[in-house]
Every structure is written in C-alpha cells, then in structure tokens.
Ligand binder design. Structure first.
Ligand SMILES: [Zn+2]
Length: 268
C-alpha cells in the first residue's frame, strides 16, 4: 500500500536502490522484467581476453550510442530527485549504467556498476568520455556515419558480420592500451570501496527502498541482506516478483513511473 510507504518515508531518511525497471519507461530495456527476452550479456573475461568480443561490442555500441545518450529521465527518476531535494534520502544507489538519475537532478548517486558515459583504459587506467570516444570511432570508421542500420528494439544495433569484421577499434590515447566501458560486466566485480560507500549510505538510513529491481544479481540483493542484518525495514516497488520479496516489510507491485511520483507528491 502506498500509505504504508508514505509512513515509512516520514519516519526518517531512507536509502533508495534502483535497478533496470526504473529505466524501462525511458526506453532502456530490462532483460529480466516481465515479458523480456533472455539474451547473452557480455562477459567480463571475454571482453578482456578476446579481440573479437571487443570488436563486436564497440561496433554495436558505436551504432547504439546516440540512442542511449539521448534517453531522457522518466517520472520515477524525477520523483526520486524531488525526494532527495526534500531531504528524504541518505543517498541513492543505482545498478543502472545510463546516468539518467544525474540527468533528472539527483546529486548523491552511487553508480554501483559504473556508467557507460565513461571509458577506461585497462592498461593505464586513464578515463575518456564516451562522447569523445564516439567521435573517434566515427573518424576511424567513416562508413558508419551514414549506415542505414535497423536498430533492434533494445537500441543495440544488429550489424552484419562484415561490418563487425572491418570495424576498427580505437585504443587509449595516452598509452595505446585496451579501452573498456567503465561498467561492471557479468563476471566482473564491483570495486570494494564502492560497496563500502554504498553500505555507508545504507548505514545512515532508517529503511531501504528498492525501486525497479528484480534483485536477481547479488550485487544488488546484498543490500537487502544488509538491511535485514541491521534490522531496518525493506520496501520494494517493482512490477513482478523479486528475489528480495521474502525479506520485504512492504511490497508494492506496480509501475515505478506511477508509484514514485505519487509517493513524492505525498511527502514532499
Ligand atoms: Zn592507456
């Protein structure tokens, strides 16, 4: 019930954890939500070890990036930013890599899995913006500029194997090393200091509110376990079941783009 969530918000600042379901209404796919298709996510080890995996990734990414970069925050992102401005949050932990919380005006955002907006060199660790890399990729691959690509519904480009084969992958401007989007792929791990910073946000909170996450991945689920250890309530707003349901004090099965604005309206 929304009234219970309102009561929870009023009893002290909470820590919010968001997942893919928070961004689906912005046109960014949730592969684990109701009706979504399973697919093969990039594996960290494949990306680091295989030239072919990186070439395929960057070719698809070069085509899909404009759509990702132009995605707009939705009503749920806006409501969370309002809750923060009104002093209802100790912080926001997100599993999303789309940077939409920042675009909505949230300030204290911990990007648990990093962000696609940044690219890091695996050799010298220098950071480059994804927008700058996009310009370099189009310079190296001028045929992509006017390629008439059917973008798949998820925004990832489906490219023919010849385009992928010929794609020239840019390297680090500083050392010529291998570039990787600054996100945690499957099989990769969240840096320890980032987890500790997230635990600190949760440590100051009177409750954990999960928004739009099925909590399938342990990196998000661990915050539910932590909240339980600390004896603070866990509220979950998500369409469909989640792995955290057995531990939830309060559960709202609904669209985050409806529930969060209603919540913000009630408490702000
Ligand atoms: Zn480098």
């Amino acid at each position: 019930m929304l009234a219970d969530l309102v009561k929870l918000m009023r009893s002290g600042p909470v820590c919010i954890l968001t997942g893919a379901g928070c961004s689906t209404e912005s046109g960014i796919p949730d592969y684990r939500g109701p009706g979504s298709k399973p697919r093969n996510p990039i594996q960290h080890r494949d990306f680091v070890e295989k030239d072919a995996t990186r070439r395929r990734y960057w070719a698809r990414s070069a085509i899909g990036w404009p759509r990702m970069a132009s995605a707009k925050p939705n009503a749920a992102h806006d409501a969370i930013a309002r809750l923060e401005s009104a002093g209802h949050l100790t912080g926001l932990i997100t599993q999303n890599v789309d940077r939409l919380h920042h675009k909505a005006g949230s300030r204290d955002v911990l990007e648990l899995h990093g962000a696609l907006a940044e690219v890091r060199c695996l050799d010298c660790n220098v950071c480059e913006s994804r927008d700058d890399l996009q310009a370099r990729m189009l310079e190296l691959n001028p045929n992509l500029r006017d390629l008439d690509v059917e973008t798949a519904p998820d925004g990832d480009a489906e490219l023919s194997s010849s385009i992928i084969h010929e794609f020239r992958v840019p390297s680090c401007l500083v050392c010529g090393g291998v570039l990787k989007p600054d996100v945690v792929f499957f099989g990769g791990s969240v840096p320890r200091e980032r987890v500790l910073a997230a635990f600190a946000m949760l440590g100051r909170a009177s409750a954990l509110v999960v928004v739009g996450s099925s909590l399938t991945v342990f990196s998000g689920y661990r915050f539910v376990l932590r909240a339980k250890e600390r004896g603070i309530p866990v509220a979950i707003v998500n369409r469909g079941e989640t792995r955290g349901d057995p531990h939830a004090t309060l559960r709202i099965d609904g669209r985050v783009g409806e529930v969060l604005p209603a919540l913000a309206h009630a408490v702000c």
